[in-house]
Design a protein. Structure first.
Length: 129
């Protein structure tokens, strides 16, 4: 076999393998970005419900949640954050009641091949301590 034919075979093999490697790399990047976004949403929900359980002030809890999830782009807005008292069904936090916060977020992908993906972070805590 001559060198010229070997060179052609290497080019064909590379043309077959290169797209697979690129897709694998992009998949790893997208998955890690989604994992990081989910971790940020969970941390933001925990911090938001903690502030709500202590202070009972929704605006402070929203601010705490948004400040915790600074890695998300685009950033969280007030409409992404919902409060619910599991005992009364309202959004107020009375001592001894269970409060939840749900943060919804739409994660767009870097490649645009799939998505956007709806993500949710939830936190729960007993009001007043």
């Amino acid at each position: 076999m001559s060198r010229a034919s070997e060179r052609g075979a290497v080019a064909v093999e590379f043309a077959i393998v290169a797209p697979l490697l690129v897709m694998l790399l992009l998949g790893i990047m997208e998955f890690s970005r989604a994992y990081n976004a989910q971790a940020s949403l969970s941390a933001a929900a925990r911090e938001g419900v903690r502030v709500m359980a202590i202070s009972g002030i929704q605006s402070d809890a929203r601010t705490a949640a948004k400040n915790t999830a600074i890695a998300l782009q685009p950033s969280l807005v007030d409409t992404n954050i919902a409060f619910k008292n599991l005992d009364t069904g309202t959004a107020t936090c009375a001592p001894g009641n269970r409060m939840t916060i749900t943060i919804t977020y739409s994660l767009s992908t870097m490649t645009g091949i799939a998505g956007p993906f709806a993500m949710t972070g939830k936190g729960a805590m007993l009001c007043g301590g």
